[in-house]
Design a protein around this ligand. Structure first.
Ligand code: NAD
Length: 261
């Protein structure tokens, strides 16, 4: 493991276009369950597909119930060691792009600016009308639910939905194109905490590898890309990223507080 950490740190230091690609696994240490692990969200709920959401009030209510359940962990979650380690790489000017499948907003909360983050699946802290596209805050939607509207509706009669991409819903065109382009231009591409099963997001590591990037996967369980990556680390995102970043900053003057993260 130590040799792998040193090699990845070395590649990060030498990189010109470092891209990180994160999934639900980086946020489990912040108390937000992932989808596919044991005890994850799919053990508890059946996903609501986009066409079901749009065609049935019962499905919309079920969807909002799931979102309210997620709020229990989301409302108390904070960026963990993994998020903070990536924020440190941003601060050092080494991280160029962060592509995330996560919808929890924790990368931005860790101090990485919006412009560097591509949220492929949106952000659940805001809510959008599916007809007029108006955005409202989560708090506003919650007030409507608390007032008795179990599936809130916009003044234009459109359905409000958290601003995330559901199964069967079209991907955001600009973000997906930008992510594909930056993945193809990366020289070091690091996946953290994803099963790499959700398409088209999971194509990004393939674009990077095909274009010659050094591909690293840090994940607790196996992924379909394990055989094609240059370094595979089975470990907890927080611990592994802390070790890697401490190795990157070794020899540079750094704040003691970071070493003790
Ligand atoms: P996933 O649930 O399919 O896989 C998560 C992976 O992370 C698993 O392979 C698991 O072994 C690994 N993992 C869990 N904890 C880890 C840790 N501490 N360190 C390292 N690895 C760890 O997640 P995915 O691939 O991101 O699935 C895609 C969908 O899940 C995305 O669309 C995303 O929007 C959604 N999602 C997001 C959140 C969030 O925003 N936090 C939470 C649940 C689901």
């Amino acid at each position: 493991m130590d040799e792998k950490i040193k090699l990845v740190a070395q590649k990060i230091k030498e990189s010109k276009q470092l891209v990180f690609f994160t999934g639900a696994g980086i946020s489990t240490e912040s108390g937000i369950p992932d989808y596919r692990s044991q005890g994850g969200i799919w053990d508890k709920f059946k996903p609501v597909y986009f066409d079901e959401f749009m065609s049935s009030k019962e499905s919309r209510i079920r969807y909002w119930e799931q979102r309210l359940d997620m709020e229990k962990s989301l409302s108390v979650s904070k960026p963990n060691q993994g998020h903070k380690s990536l924020a440190k790489l941003h601060e050092l000017g080494i991280l160029k792009t962060l592509i995330t499948q996560n919808i929890d907003g924790l990368h931005e909360a860790s101090g990485i600016p919006k412009e560097k983050i591509i949220e492929l699946h949106g952000n659940t802290r805001r809510v959008r009308c599916m007809s007029c596209r108006k955005l409202i805050s989560w708090q506003k939607a919650k007030e409507m639910i608390d007032a008795g509207d179990k599936a809130p509706v916009c003044s234009c009669s459109g359905y409000f939905k958290p601003d995330t991409i559901s199964f069967g819903q079209a991907m955001p065109v600009e973000q997906t194109k930008r992510a594909a382009m930056l993945s193809s231009k990366s020289d070091v591409f690091i996946v953290v905490g994803s099963t790499l099963l959700v398409q088209p997001a999971a194509l990004m590591p393939e674009y990077a590898k095909n274009a010659g990037a050094f591909l690293v996967i840090i994940n607790l369980s196996e992924t379909p890309y394990d055989n094609m990556c240059d370094v595979l680390i089975r470990g907890k995102a927080g611990d592994v990223l802390k070790k890697i970043v401490n190795q990157v900053v070794k020899g540079k003057p750094i704040a003691q507080s970071f070493m003790n993260l």
